[in-house]
Each structure stands twice: as C-alpha cells, then as structure tokens.
Ligand binder design. Structure first.
Ligand code: NAG
Length: 170
C-alpha cells in the first residue's frame, strides 16, 4: 500500500516537471538573463517549453501553438564548441497531448498521437514548402553536442528562405 502511494507520488512529481511547463522562469530560468524571461504573452496558445533531450534541459522556448512557430528561444552562449548537425528533427509530444508523460522531445515517427500536429509544426509541413526550418537557437551556438541535437525541433524553427539560411545566416 505504501509502495503504491510512493509510486503514485513519484509519477505525480515527474508529471509536474514536464517539459511543457506553467512557468519556465521557475523550471528552466537558467537560460534567461537574471532569470527573467522577455515578454511572456498571455493566452492559452502560448506554451512555455523547457527544451529537454535525454532528460537534460538545453534551452527554453515560448511557442505559439496557433501560428505553430516559436516566439523566441533563449539559450546561453558559451563559445563555439565545434558541434555538428544532426539532420533529424524532434517534436514535442506534450504540445499535442497534455497528459503525455514523456518529458523528452522525440522523433516524429516514434510518437503515436492521434491529433499530432494540431498544436505544432511537423516536419511534413516544411517538406516541399520551399522554406527551410530556420533555427532560432542556432546549432553552432550550442554548448554541447547534445544541446546542438536538441535545437533540431520545429518548436525552435520558423520558415526561412533557404538561400538566406544556407548562405548569409550560416
Ligand atoms: C528566396 O530568396 C531568393 C533570393 O532572394 C528568391 O529568388 C526566392 O524566390 C526565395 N524563395 C522563396 C521560397 O521565397
């Protein structure tokens, strides 16, 4: 009985530390100057994400689930670390399923959610659109390879002209 209660509490605790959070200043404030986020728009369609991969948080994103683009991503720049591009893209399961206990971003094809894509851009939205997935938190500013990998999510990307993305911006 007490073991069951313990397990229940553990699962409640882990649900409370999910990646889509109520207050990312509290949950992953280390990415903001003085722990303060820039503008936090109000409205249910703005979601605060502590971008988590392999149980480590790498940066923070304010995401607009209506327009399906990020408002901003906040990260700490510690210098160029020579990270490489992943070239696979993750999605955020909790945006399309409030009750999803998975705290990590996952590859789109691994996620089995009926309404997947209701609240976030998927990789197929970019396919043959003529636009690149332009990073907000850039791959080459990441402070570890894992962090660089974590930038590969459409929640951290907006449509960008590919000649700009691959030439001047790069
Ligand atoms: C991207 O920019 C180039 C150069 O300005 C332009 O020719 C092209 O039409 C643009 N592509 C899209 C999809 O807007």
């Amino acid at each position: 009985m007490s073991l069951l209660l313990h397990l229940l509490m553990l699962s409640l605790l882990s649900a409370g530390s999910a990646k889509v959070v109520d207050d990312f200043e509290k949950s992953c404030g280390q990415f903001f100057a003085n722990g303060k986020s820039p503008t936090k728009f109000t409205g249910d369609h703005y979601k605060q994400i502590c971008q988590t991969l392999d149980n480590a948080v790498h940066f923070a994103t304010l995401y607009d689930t209506y327009n399906k683009i990020p408002v901003y991503s906040a990260y700490v720049f510690e210098g160029l670390m020579g990270c490489t591009r992943l070239n696979s893209w993750y999605i955020e399961p909790q945006l399309d399923d409030d009750n999803n206990a998975e705290e990590n971003m996952e590859f789109e094809t691994f996620v089995d959610i009926g309404e997947l894509g209701e609240n976030q851009a998927l990789n197929k939205d970019y396919y043959r659109s003529g636009f690149d997935r332009g990073h907000l938190a850039p791959v080459y500013h990441a402070n570890s390879q894992e962090c660089a990998d974590a930038t590969f999510t459409p929640t951290n990307a907006a449509p960008q002209n590919h000649s700009f993305n691959r030439v001047e911006w790069r």
